[in-house]
Design a protein around this ligand. Sequence first.
Ligand SMILES: CC(C)(COP(=O)(O)OP(=O)(O)OC[C@H]1O[C@@H](n2cnc3c(N)ncnc32)[C@H](O)[C@@H]1OP(=O)(O)O)[C@@H](O)C(=O)NCCC(=O)NCCS
Length: 163
Amino acid sequence: MLAIRAVTAADWPAIWPILRDTFATGESYPFGPEHGEDFIRAAWIDAPAATFVAMDGDRIVGTYFIKANQVGLGSHVSNCGYVVAPGAAGKGVASAMCEHSQQWAIDHGFRAMQFNFVVSTNERAVRLWQRLGFEIVGTLPGAFRHARLGFVDAYVMYKKLAK
Ligand SMILES: CC(C)(COP(=O)(O)OP(=O)(O)OC[C@H]1O[C@@H](n2cnc3c(N)ncnc32)[C@H](O)[C@@H]1OP(=O)(O)O)[C@@H](O)C(=O)NCCC(=O)NCCS
């Protein structure tokens, strides 16, 4: 049974290898080898409004953060980042985290959710977000320097949460 709860300081040693190994592929997030553990922890845990972990029993199988996408007059739009442990893919963990994040966003007064940098070749993610109601509203030509494929497009994806 999957459970999603707020992160605690004690979770970091289990979260870090998941993020480190995911970012090291250079296929889905812009973090590079120059971004060490402290930088990533600040970006994933400290800077966002909230960070959550998805638990399968006592094992962390995924994590996401949520924050305002902009300050002030753009702060009613939320932004998230999601990572699932490679061994836990294809079991609905990201779907559950994304549904959870949308509810959290609504509960905290956000009116929309925006993903700024979905790598176009990350087909699983693009299909998943589309299935959950996000639209590709823009294409950033060659904006992501993919570790294997070179310069590929990135998408801005958006979903309205309030009428
Ligand atoms: C992309 C990523 C978030 C997807 O996570 P995931 O947990 O595998 O996603 P889900 O299992 O919810 O959905 C993926 C697929 O599994 C299917 N699925 C959902 N629940 C399922 C279940 N209980 N059993 C089997 N399959 C299931 C979904 O239908 C979906 O199918 P599709 O690929 O045909 O669309 C994950 O692979 C990841 O962390 N990748 C690296 C980082 C990344 O890309 N993050 C997103 C950046 S935008």
